[in-house]
Design a protein around this ligand. Structure first.
Ligand code: ADP
Length: 314
């Protein structure tokens, strides 16, 4: 369409030029017939000729202007269609990913709890086996509970969740989360660089959720074994908590998308890590409620650094 538009504009431009030349020739012939033999030399001062030329120039501008407007409209149209198409494919992929990951996240704990209960029923187990299986079943139940809670929270976040700012000792909060996560990531190296008496003004549940999601992600998507660092510093306005890992890092394009609801990098069919794509969405929502911000930088030599900026209460 753009080529056709260019071609027709060019033809119109040439035709306009031809029409002008023909009109000038007709005018010249008329003037010569009327006895103005020196018309060819003097026509640059002739009002008829100047009027003709003015019209020609105006038409020339009109053709070029209209061609430019049409070309721009066409380009905007192409961009909009392309954008809409891309968004639709992404939305389709995302909803497929969501269905696959949720189904998987629901199915696998249920299947293992069922298996454990069937084993209890059929066999006479030793005390330590009972202990081990019960712990597994409890862990799976916790996983299910977390998933359901996150789904409910995601719905609540958009409407009715209000934060309650309290003074929280950051180190205590981080240790609590570390303790909760270390059983799953026993080989991880977790370094905590936070001063003992650091107090943060935040919503208790919100801060816990932000830190748990970010620390768990750093362990989940970190290197093998994971090596992560949790730091705190302050500037004039913010408490800045950063969590760095030694994973594969995140590409600039993905950095913008990973906070979307249910977004997970890659394809659900081939992914090995568990998850639903809700963690960073909820993290972002909590940070917004605190009027803070979150930034992702690349770690060196590899990995990512998630930095949470929470405003200090003056
Ligand atoms: P989930 O972990 O349940 O998939 P999240 O919302 O927490 O969901 O994260 C969204 C996606 O962002 C993850 O699927 C993962 O691909 C990517 N991601 C999050 N944190 C990291 C990280 N520290 N390093 C690399 N990728 C990450």
């Amino acid at each position: 369409m753009l080529l056709a538009l260019g071609w027709w504009s060019y033809l119109l431009y040439i035709k306009n030029n031809d029409a002008f030349n023909a009109k000038v020739e007709l005018l010249t012939l008329n003037k010569i017939v009327l006895g103005k033999q020196d018309y060819l030399q003097s026509r640059h001062n002739d009002p008829d000729y100047l009027e003709l030329k003015k019209k020609y120039r105006n038409q020339e501008k009109m053709i070029l202007g209209e061609a430019a407007v049409l070309a721009i409209t066409l380009l905007i149209g192409i961009w909009l269609i392309n954008n809409g198409y891309r968004q639709q494919t992404e939305a389709a992929q995302q909803s497929r990913n969501f269905l696959l990951s949720i189904t998987h996240e629901l199915k696998s704990p249920l299947a293992s709890i069922k298996l454990i209960l069937q084993t209890f029923k059929k066999r006479n187990l030793k005390q330590e086996q009972i202990e081990l299986f019960s712990n597994n079943a409890i862990n799976e139940t916790v996983r299910l509970e977390k998933l359901v809670n996150n789904l409910l929270l995601a719905a609540k976040m958009e409407t009715s969740y209000d934060i309650k700012i309290e003074e929280i000792t950051l180190l205590d909060e981080v240790y609590k989360i570390k303790e909760y996560l270390t059983s799953q990531y026993s080989n991880a190296d977790i370094r905590i660089l936070i001063e003992k008496d650091t107090i943060i003004s935040a919503d208790q549940f919100g801060l816990n959720s932000i830190l748990t999601n970010l620390i768990e992600n750093a362990l989940k998507y970190g290197g093998k074994p994971p090596s992560i660092e949790i730091k705190h510093k302050k500037d004039n306005y913010f408490d800045i908590i950063s969590i760095s890992d030694n994973g594969n890092g995140i590409s600039p394009l993905e950095k913008k998308k990973i906070f979307d609801k249910f977004y997970r990098i890659g394809n659900e069919d081939t992914r090995e890590t568990k998850g639903t794509g809700l963690g960073l969405y909820l993290t972002q929502q909590f940070i917004n409620k605190h009027k803070g911000m979150i930034k992702i930088n690349d770690n060196t030599p590899q990995g990512s650094i998630f930095a949470v900026y929470l405003p200090q209460q003056k």
